[in-house]
Write a protein of this length. Structure first.
Lengths: 425, 347
């Protein structure tokens, strides 16, 4: 991107409160019309970046350019013409009306010795129209609900008619209907009016569903900055937030989504006991039957492999999401010898093999044969939901028969997934 | 209706009321003078109109009473009322605090101590037609403002909390010194108490001619910062985001309002409640927008003070009541009435 396309350019920005360093050598560029979300845990410096760009904080080292001009050389009205901020909430000391509040957004355009002109009333009306508050323009701000108040504050910011909009957690204290309404409004402003938007959102999914770029901040440094696809992955989230998450795709929009991993108390106990006899586990997949056990084992700290699954299987999505090695086969075709061998290599290097409630047909029957061979290799084999194999058997009883043989040879049958964890101890 | 038009409407109404009250106030007193004669005498003092006015038929004594005794007192009280109400609006807006009044950062105690020192220790003719006491009161008020302001300035920023606290602390100390002097000089105690209670008994054109231009200039300059004051009430940071140079504007307004209050208090002593209640009453009537609130409060402050002072000098004729007693007794019930009637949230 050419340099002049950058509407904001930050170079080697350092900022401290007393001795505590808040921002440490932060540099980044924001292109015209970008929608960027800043994500990071509390205290990472998100608000500080917004406060520095909007020149509330001034004692910084480094250089901030807005519209190609040094921020230090812009006066406060010029800055307010370039960028408007939507804060989390605003509490006026006096009970102004909605119209009076919105008109304050025109302050950068009104001279100290002048008064509101026609264009100022026009801009204020337009801003109130966009946020649907014209109908209560004459009501007192203090009498409005939280969501209505925030609409007024957004209108105040829109009245500034600035090319840049900074959002400092504008929806985090509001109900989901307002979150959606405001996000749609911000997207409209970004798409239709080409406003550049930099936002801080508490909700990661809200941010990644709507932003073009993500800035991950950790301890005052930029950990990662780029497209959603490049920045949002398990490792980065774990690194920045210290939390374990699954990252999947929204089946409707195809966008990434992040969902946290919650462990029940029992699972946590089992994990805490640690020192598992079996640390490497292979899971037979198919038809989504393995996903639940894979994620449970994964969050319990096991090293997992999976196979053989076809490439359209949801178990494969799970394996990919968790970055687990797997053996896969093309859909609607029987398991090839190659995949079979690859799968068996996984089994050989594992301590245990899990057989979830997979449907068996002629195409994947070889998976069962591999499990049977594992018993011969003295691997611990755990069979889930053995009782209902008849319903899942599409091989004229061959699978059911093999199940019986495996149990006889020492495979362990369990009913639920939690029992698997106990058996692995 | 647009802000400018609304403001103009209110100002015109208030000025008409003020004009009528001036005529009534000038005609009442120990010597009754008819409203017609009062009007003629006043008109004869206005350059340009006086050519067409014939006062030959009016008693010369009446002309002297009105033009040399009542009018300077009337106009001095109006300007002090304007100053106190204007400073009150600014301090309440800056501190976002309904309890703020023109004396909030200690000008009154400073002025009182200055006046006491002037009364007790200094004999002299005064300065530029202004009495020694007034000059010392002004020095005391300005000195206190300067001290409090510099104590609260931390790295170029003025902290509101420190300002209030150091104001209270310094006030307490200055009052203590004043009381100490009063104990040492019991023979002057009555004079000191009377000055501190405030009033316009010693009003002269000399005092007015000094006060009026200063107050006028300071009030007009402050008026240009009312849009900023509106926005600052959203919080300092929000104000910056909306393009206000918050730190600078706050400093300017703080200094202007302190000067206004200092000049007023040095002319009249410590008259309570006008600066506190006038802005509240007007906020109930015209709303919180400082662009309207400020000019209307200024005029209403003048009206309020003139009415109070007229009552102060007439209800117990020939005795005078300190005007501060009237402002409190008359102003507070009216304010409470408005507060109950509107039940609106003003803060």
């Amino acid at each position: 991107m050419a340099v002049d396309e950058n509407i904001i350019s930050v170079k080697n920005l350092n900022f401290s409160y007393g001795k505590k360093k808040i921002l440490d050598d932060v540099s980044f560029n924001v292109g015209k019309g970008d929608f960027i979300s800043i994500l990071g845990p509390n205290g990472a410096g998100k608000s500080t970046i917004v406060n520095l760009i909007s020149s509330i904080l001034k004692d910084y080292e480094g250089r901030i350019e807005v519209g190609g001009r040094n921020l230090r050389r812009l006066n406060s009205k010029d800055v307010a013409k370039m960028m408007a901020v939507v804060p989390q909430y605003t509490d006026p000391g006096f009970s102004f009306t909605v119209a009076e509040m919105v008109m304050m957004g025109r302050n950068p355009y009104i001279s100290r010795f002048g008064t509101e002109r026609k264009e100022d009333y026009h801009a204020a009306d337009e801003a109130m129209e966009k946020t649907k508050i014209l109908t209560f323009a004459n009501r007192k701000f203090s009498e409005l609900s939280g969501g209505e108040k925030q609409r007024v504050i957004i209108a105040q910011a829109l009245a500034q008619d600035s090319p840049i909009l900074l959002l400092d957690e504008p929806t985090s204290h509001l109900d989901i209907n307002f979150q959606i309404e405001f996000m749609n409004l911000f997207l409209d402003l970004n798409k239709r009016e080409k406003k550049t938007i930099i936002g801080i959102f508490q909700d990661i999914n809200l941010a990644i569903q709507n932003s073009q770029k993500i800035m991950l901040l950790k301890e005052g440094r930029i950990f990662s900055f780029g497209s959603v696809e490049d920045t949002i992955n398990r490792e980065n989230i774990k690194n920045v937030f210290g939390s374990d998450v699954f990252i999947g795709r929204n089946p409707v929009t195809g966008n990434l989504y992040v969902s946290p991993v919650f462990n029940t108390a029992i699972e946590r106990d089992i994990i805490a006991q640690g020192a598992n006899k079996c640390s490497r586990v292979h899971v037979i997949g198919g038809g989504g039957a393995a996903s639940q056990v894979i994620s449970l084992l994964h969050s319990s700290g096991y090293v997992i492999s999976c196979g053989v699954i076809n490439t359209l299987d949801s178990d494969l999505d799970t394996a990919r999401m968790l970055e687990i090695p797997y053996a896969a086969e093309a859909p609607f075709s029987p398991i090839s010898l190659d995949s079979q061998n690859k799968n068996f290599e996984f089994i050989k290097s594992s301590d245990a093999v899990i057989l979830p409630a997979v449907e068996f047909g002629p195409g994947n029957f070889s998976n069962l044969l591999s499990v049977n061979k594992a018993i011969g290799l003295r691997k611990k084999v755990i069979i889930i939901d053995k009782e209902n194999i008849r319903k899942r058997d599409h091989t004229d009883g061959k699978a059911e028969k093999l199940y019986g043989k495996m149990i006889k040879n020492g495979a362990i049958a369990v009913e639920t997934i939690n029992e698997v964890l106990k058996q692995l101890q | 209706m647009r802000t400018g038009t609304r403001t103009l409407k209110y100002i015109v109404i208030l000025l008409i009321i003020l004009g009528l009250i001036i005529i009534v106030a000038a005609s009442t007193g120990a010597v009754k003078i008819s409203l017609k004669d009062t009007g003629l005498i006043m008109a004869s003092r206005i350059p340009g109109i006086n050519r067409y006015i014939n006062t030959d038929l009016i008693d010369y004594q009446d002309i002297v009473i009105i033009s040399q005794i009542r009018l300077p007192r009337i106009f001095l009280s109006i300007f002090v009322g304007m100053a106190l109400a204007g400073a009150g609006v600014i301090f309440q807006g800056l501190f976002r605090n309904p309890m703020a009044d023109p004396y909030v950062i200690g000008v009154s105690s400073g002025a009182a101590l200055g006046a006491t020192i002037g009364l007790v220790f200094v004999t002299g003719a005064g300065l530029l037609g202004v009495s020694t006491i007034t000059v010392f009161a002004l020095l005391g008020a300005l000195g206190t403002t300067f001290l409090v302001y510099n104590i609260s300035r931390i790295r170029g920023k003025v902290s509101v909390i420190t300002l209030l606290l150091s104001g209270i602390a310094l006030s307490a100390m200055l009052s203590a010194i004043t009381y100490f002097i009063m104990i040492l000089r019991t023979q002057d105690m009555a004079k000191i108490v009377f000055w501190v209670m405030g009033g316009f008994t010693s009003a002269t054109w000399g005092n007015f001619n000094v006060l009026a231009p200063i107050v006028t200039v300071l009030i007009i300059i402050s008026g240009f910062f009312m849009r900023d004051l509106n926005i600052i009430s959203l919080g300092d940071e929000r104000a910056v985001q909306l393009g206000v140079q918050t730190d600078r504007v706050k400093k300017i307004l703080l200094i202007l309002a302190s000067l206004i209050a200092a000049v007023a208090v040095s002319m009249s002593g410590v008259i309570g409640f006008v600066g506190l209640i006038t802005p509240h009453i007007l906020r109930l009537l015209v709303g919180p927008d400082h662009k309207i609130l400020y000019p209307t409060s200024v005029i209403a402050g003048g009206i309020f003070m003139l009415m109070s002072d007229t009552l102060a000098r007439t209800v117990l004729m020939p005795r005078e009541i300190p005007v501060g007693i009237i402002t409190s007794i008359a102003g507070v019930p009216f304010f409470l009435y408005l507060l109950l009637k509107s039940k609106k949230q003003i803060f």
